[in-house]
Design a protein around this ligand. Structure first.
Ligand SMILES: [Fe+2]
Ligand SMILES: [Fe+2]
Length: 363
């Protein structure tokens, strides 16, 4: 994998993308027809109506003529562990700014790639979910995700760089798309990946200095809050009717997916050291890999950690885990697995509920 770059002035067709054999696979999902077309009259139908009413066209809504300087940091957040490292503070101001600009570009690239994953999972749910209202809702989500791919691709064109998809994010979405039941696709996407995304979007919304990125993120977040609600409104009652062994199978799938996320790549973990995109960020900032990771290790040994400023959201603690807990996917059996894996379990749904209420920044 390599970093995709282009001259900001050159046409989009100049982008070069090479297909990797790992990016082509089959999924074992059943496809379900239904001939009961009556709408459900429940929360899923409400979500479908909200989705219809809240469609938007980025061409009309977003100020695409905003000038974006790709060499300048797009965010003013310095709370991550990298900016706390004594090693980092010794770098020149221009090197620090370059790192911040490129690491933000790397994050935006993950938004873009993740949205493509969401587009495919939503299409997958559309054809495999047996309920008519859920099918229609999933179709609206598919359109939402297409719009999200469009806006992030367009924004990445403005900053003239796309970093490769992080290995852990690819692994997480691949595991979701390769699963054998639509319930697992919804767990992987509508609860885990979208919980993660909603938190990351909220933090980007609060910290970016770019007017275009702020408006873009706000509108994407409004859609995402519906997608997370769908996971709860539809899957909750479905799971409640399943046999115990089927619930355990889903709970174990959720555990495996969370493990990929928590042990595979959050910032500052070992995975960053082998993530080609992150290494490319260091290269583009003129920072030696060994020096950087030595500095990171020293910072961690000195007890320096990432503290989220007020208003920012912890995706796993505030969104993802509570979403799994409230549909019954933190069973006693699987709670032991989380404990053995050293993954803390959280089940306070307040932040999640506030963000689902239609105002994604209410939390
Ligand atoms: Fe999305
Ligand atoms: Fe989504």
């Amino acid at each position: 994998m390599s970093v995709l770059t282009k001259d900001a002035a050159s046409p989009a067709k100049d982008w070069k993308v090479t297909m990797n054999p790992d990016d082509l696979y089959k999924n074992p999902m059943d496809i379900a027809w239904t001939f009961k077309y009556l709408m459900s009259g429940d929360k899923v139908e409400d979500l479908y109506k909200r989705a219809k009413q809240n469609q938007w066209d980025s061409d009309d809504l977003l100020p695409w003529d905003t000038q974006v300087d790709p060499s300048k940091p797009l965010i003013n957040d310095r709370s991550d562990i990298y900016h706390q490292m004594p090693f980092f503070k010794k770098l020149s101001k221009s090197q620090q700014e370059t790192f911040t600009a490129h690491s933000t570009a790397q994050l935006l690239s993950q938004f873009l790639h993740g949205e493509q994953g969401a587009l495919m999972t939503a299409a997958c749910v559309t054809h495999s979910v047996p309920d008519a209202t859920a099918k229609l809702y999933a179709a609206t989500q598919t359109m939402d995700e297409a719009r999200h791919v469009e806006v992030y691709a367009k924004y990445c064109e403005k900053i003239a760089i796309v970093y490769p998809m992080s290995l852990w994010l690819k692994a997480l979405i691949d595991a979701t798309l390769k699963s054998d039941r639509y319930e697992k696709v919804m767990i992987g996407m509508n609860m885990i990946v979208e919980g993660l995304a909603l938190g990351a979007f909220n933090n980007m919304y609060r910290t970016t200095q770019c007017d275009l990125l702020k408006k873009l993120t706000f509108n994407v977040m409004r859609d995402e809050s519906r997608h997370v609600s769908f996971g709860h409104a539809y899957l909750g009652p479905v799971i409640a009717k399943l046999k115990e062994d089927e619930v355990e199978d889903l709970a174990d799938f959720a555990f495996q997916a969370v493990s990929i996320l928590t042990h595979g790549g959050t910032a500052g973990t070992l995975a960053s050291q082998i993530d080609p995109g992150f290494l490319a960020v260091l290269d583009n900032s003129g920072i030696d890999h060994k020096d950087f990771f030595k500095g990171l290790q020293e910072a961690q040994e000195a007890g320096i950690t990432q503290e989220l400023p007020p208003g920012q959201i912890h995706s796993v603690k505030d969104l993802m885990m509570p979403a799994l807990a409230r549909v019954g996917l933190l069973t006693p059996t699987v709670r032991k697995k989380y404990e053995e894996a050293g993954i803390p379990v959280f089940d306070d749904p307040r932040v999640l509920q506030a963000m689902e209420g239609g105002d994604p920044v209410a939390a």
